[in-house]
Design a protein. Structure first.
Length: 397
């Protein structure tokens, strides 16, 4: 049983998540913050290889109760059957908690969360990490029928939520326009970490102290113009591009490196543990945040690495899209580029690398913003204030 508030009203939260909770830093921070504020939090998620079915993490619990779907959409009947079984497992586990709040992380948990809320009278929270149907469009995942299904899910359930949360003002505007809902912005920002005086990145890659390092941290996935970023480096003299991440676009990126003859100046390190990314970023000269305009989700992106670069005091170049421009250009911490143009990408990198005074000024500004505004200690207050609007306990639905 979780902590009780005055009058004996429970304060239990069931968080629903469609991954194995091994790397979802946003959910970890939200669960920890709410737990520290007196909520009894249980994260219900999917099983993962080598991961226990139950964990106690500080003040909250993690239960892995369902399996990921393995069938692709080329086997639709099998895919649907696996999805229904996953949903049943999440619903059954959540009902057993008798929650006062069901916190749904992204649209793919909304149907299960709405069923639990309806059955128990719990308050329903929708946490939109992404513009979900738009994300599927941008990544080319699923058929148009699948994407229409998720749009229908959102139209049905988002207006029923007692609280809607998303990651920036641009996406909040989209949700309001589509569903008429008031949305609270809780950014995906990091905890405050000290700056690292480190040569780890240079030492591991055998780079001299005179070689400028342009750093990309993130998934090697579609919609990021990563092959174009590689080709742009042919127009940037002397600098090295380091790409830290893994994903299905790796072979295409390696092919672009080979065709451009950039094997010595574009280096792939593979996946890096999340806890080590900050140290590596502190040793770079310029950070890259790049998205293509293949969906509204990309166009209004505000990814974790945007704020992680700020924490590392790293000046950046970024796609000239609203969610990125608000921080990068608006706060004076970098240079924007057109992600559809190799020359624009290269020009932004050259401009920043060629102006040491500007980089130093942007670095100081970035770190100051991270310490004072764009950090989880500050941002978590938005989450707690939003939860206060829910009141306590359950209502009749």
């Amino acid at each position: 049983m979780g902590p009780e508030s005055g009058g004996g009203v429970g304060r239990r939260i069931a968080m629903l998540l469609h991954n194995d909770f091994s790397g979802d830093t946003r959910v970890k921070r939200e669960a920890g913050t709410l737990s520290s504020a007196g909520w009894d939090v249980t994260v219900l998620c999917l099983r993962g290889e080598g991961l226990p079915d139950f964990e106690q993490r500080g003040g909250y619990a993690v239960r892995r109760v369902a399996d990921t779907t393995k069938a692709g959409w080329r086997r639709p009947l099998r895919k649907v059957a696996e999805s229904r079984e996953r949903m049943r497992a999440l619903v059954t586990a959540a009902l057993g908690l008798e929650p006062d709040v069901v916190h749904c992380h992204d649209t793919d948990t909304l149907p299960a969360g709405a069923r639990v809320a309806r059955a128990t009278g719990a308050r329903l929270v929708y946490d939109a990490h992404e513009l979900f149907p738009d994300m599927l469009t941008g990544h080319g995942r699923g058929s148009r029928l699948v994407q229409r299904y998720w749009k229908r899910v959102e139209r049905r359930y988002v207006p029923l939520a007692d609280l809607v949360i998303t990651v920036n003002e641009a996406r909040a505007g989209v949700l309001k326009e589509r569903y008429g809902v008031k949305t609270v912005v809780v950014r995906s920002v990091p905890d405050v970490e000290p700056l690292c005086a480190t040569d780890r990145l240079r030492d591991e890659l055998a780079l001299s102290s005179q070689t400028p390092i342009v750093l990309y941290q993130g998934g090697l996935i579609g919609g990021r113009a990563l092959a174009r970023l590689v080709r742009a480096m042919a127009h940037v003299e002397d600098a090295v591009l380091v790409m830290q991440g893994a994903g299905p676009e790796e072979s295409a990126i390696r092919s672009a490196i080979s065709h451009a003859g950039l094997e010595d100046r574009v280096l792939l390190t593979g996946w890096v543990p999340p806890g080590e990314l900050h140290e590596y970023a502190c040793g770079a000269d310029v950070g890259v945040v790049i998205y293509e305009n293949v969906s509204l989700n990309n166009y209004y992106a505000a990814p974790n690495k945007l704020y992680a670069y700020l924490m590392a005091g790293l000046p950046m170049v970024a796609s000239d899209f609203p969610g990125l421009r608000e921080v990068v250009a608006g706060e004076g911490v970098g240079v924007m580029f057109d992600p559809a143009s190799e020359e624009s990408i290269a020009g932004a990198i050259r401009d920043l690398l060629g102006d040491a005074d500007a980089r130093e000024r942007m670095s100081r500004t970035a770190r100051e913003l991270a310490e004072t505004r764009y950090n989880w200690e500050a941002e978590s207050q938005r989450l707690l204030e939003a939860y206060e609007t829910l009141g306590e306990g359950r209502d009749r639905r």
